[in-house]
Design a protein around this ligand. Sequence first.
Ligand code: RBF
Length: 219
Amino acid sequence: MLRRGIVALALAAWSAQGFSTVRRSVRMDAGAVNSVSFEELDGSKVRIGIIKTRWNPKVVDSLSEAAKTTLGDLGVKKENIFETKVPGSWELPSAARFLALSGTVDSIICLGCLIKGETMHFEYIADTVSSGLMSVQLSTSVPCTFGVLTCNTEQQAAQRSYSGENHGISWAKTAVEMALLRQEALGMTKKGTMNLGFGEDDDAAAKKNIGDPQRKIFF
Ligand code: RBF
């Protein structure tokens, strides 16, 4: 009986080790990345909003500086960047909604930094802000970049902003890419009207495509 127990324990330990080895190797083979590549982006005709929090200013200001420099590098004109502040991350979704509904921007970068503390604020705010921003972008058709760092420590926040790989750079690129996608999807790049992007340059060409199964709608 005792021997059977020992064998069972040894088997359990061996299989647990086996499984964890398999899991480890799968994770290594999955090609997971923690950054994303971008194609060349022409930001010369897009209007971008930046909303940033006054909480954690060292981190958030560094994110917004990196974002603005990147927008400039992509050709976004200074006069096409609108910037405003809110107290904390909790306020980002309403401010984003006001800005989206103003019709003055093609895409909004929402910047904040939540650092886990001793109370439950982090859990409440992080979840709600991310779903709030998703809801704003879907209900207004103005893409909102989720630029909120949700960190366990101040060091993690620093490593992702002023003393490491600054995420403001990729968030600015994301915002320009989504602004261009929005303009294309809404037919704003075509002459004339909102034709939902038939992929032609004028309205007549777009109409000609109606009924053609090959016609290109949206992207
Ligand atoms: N806002 C942030 O953007 N980052 C934070 O780390 C943060 N921590 C907070 C901690 C507590 C205990 C509270 C009450 C608020 C915090 N806020 C933070 C502010 C929050 O986003 C919001 O501005 C206020 O709750 C007012 O609505």
